[in-house]
Design a protein around this ligand. Structure first.
Ligand SMILES: [Zn+2]
Length: 414
């Protein structure tokens, strides 16, 4: 069998593996709580808060859609015309210089184009009082992001094109393994290497709340060494919590804004949701799916990228040539467009499971509901967003669905 044959078989195997992981680890789809409960939940929210959340999202919508359209258009322009190849060709003749300097130039160009729209979004966040940043701090964040992107990007581009150069027929196997390993490594080191670049994390000060939260984790059978507090207030008034990392780097993080603006029982409800993620190994599932998915993407890039029509449009001899970075960017943009809604659908199911866990663990649906209402009001959520927008872009169930789930739980529907 040829290298192409093996690549096709490998891709099929990876797709099957991803499907098996999804079936084994993802909760079954459950219908959301009754619409009547959702309507009642919506009625219970202050009308001015609902109106404000909707107005906020109306203001964000134009820059949000423009960003999506523009990033796709630029990626296609760089990959399906010789423009990307020309930019890489300008930086020199040596393949490694082309891979790193030329590759980063193309990637940053694609990202710089949408920077004015990111600034526009920040303007809206400030107008609605959600952002607490000044332009200086905002710019520092952007530059830090570019710095991290440059380090990771340089390593990835150099590694990828080195492998492609030395093994023109089989690079997909080695690069696929490398992509999977990199995904696992990043998930592992993200909380200790990358998150601290943007925020300071301190252990939650000792006191009754900390004792309650650690007691909750013990009762839940989830080993949690500490609950960390992030200084999110340097950037935002929004409240949130999350769990990240794997094994020894796993941590539950709450925003300082949450501690400031929610009462103790509500914080407990939020942490109970995060414990659900930890207990069900949602970060592990995400990492495994990410690793299999990135390996599949590499193999698919080999197969699709050897289609002469595409390399012809991009003006490159093959994907193994460093001038192909624009073509790879275009393929990734199209793949992201297709994969995004599927990822969000999976995420919503996982989030609904963590909500069920929080309700069962705290057995306090009233607090869960008031916490959801508070989260929506402070974060300017649209509690009942347009259906198709929700299906395409939402990573979490809508506020009214989450509040309705608490109402159903309170009635004994589990
Ligand atoms: Zn969650």
């Amino acid at each position: 069998m040829t290298a192409h044959g093996w690549a096709a078989v490998t891709l099929a195997g990876l797709v099957l593996a991803a499907a098996a992981v999804t079936v084994a680890r993802l909760p079954r789809r459950r219908p959301p709580a009754p619409r009547a409960d959702q309507r009642a939940a919506l009625e219970s929210l202050p009308a001015d808060a609902v109106a404000r959340g909707r107005a906020f999202h109306r203001s964000l919508r134009p820059s949000g859609y423009a960003t999506r359209v523009l990033s796709l258009a630029v990626a296609l322009l760089l990959g399906l015309t010789p423009l990307g190849a020309r930019i890489v060709g300008v930086v020199g003749e040596h393949w490694a210089v082309r891979a790193v300097v030329g590759g980063l130039a193309v990637v940053f160009l694609a990202s710089l184009v949408t920077l004015p729209l990111a600034a526009r979004r920040e303007v809206v966040l400030r107008r609605y009082g959600l952002s607490t940043q000044r332009w200086r701090g905002w710019l520092v964040d952007v530059l830090k992001g570019y710095g991290i992107g440059a380090v990771l990007g340089a390593g990835t581009l150099l590694g990828f094109y080195a492998i492609a150069r030395y093994s023109p027929d089989w690079w997909w196997a080695w690069a696929g393994l490398g992509a999977a390993a990199l995904t696992v490594l990043l998930s592992f080191v993200f909380p200790v290497l990358i998150e601290p670049v943007f925020n300071r994390f301190t252990p939650m000060p000792s006191g009754p709340l900390r004792d309650t939260l650690l007691g909750l984790a013990r009762r839940d059978g989830v080993p949690v060494r500490d609950v960390l507090v992030a200084d999110a207030s340097r950037r935002t008034r929004a409240v949130n919590a999350y769990v990240s990392g794997l094994g020894p780097t796993r941590r539950i993080v709450v925003y300082d804004t949450l501690l400031e603006r929610a009462d103790g029982a509500e914080v407990e409800s939020v942490v109970a949701h995060e414990l659900g993620h930890a207990r069900d190994g949602d970060v592990v599932t995400g990492t495994v799916l990410g690793a299999v998915g990135s390996a599949a993407a590499v193999v698919a890039a080999f197969l699709v990228g050897s289609w002469p029509v595409l390399t012809g449009l991009a003006g490159v001899p093959s994907v193994a040539d460093p001038r192909s970075v624009g073509l790879l960017l275009a393929l990734a943009a199209v793949a992201g467009l297709v994969a995004g809604p599927a990822q969000n659908a999976m995420s919503r199911r996982i989030e609904a499971r963590a909500d069920r866990h929080a309700l069962a663990l705290t057995d306090d649906p009233a607090t869960f509901e008031s916490m959801e209402a508070r989260l929506a009001t402070i974060n300017l959520a649209d509690p009942d967003p347009p259906r198709w927008e929700h299906l395409l872009f939402a990573s979490h169930p809508a506020t009214v669905e989450r509040m309705a789930a608490a109402r159903a739980y309170a009635r004994g529907e589990r």
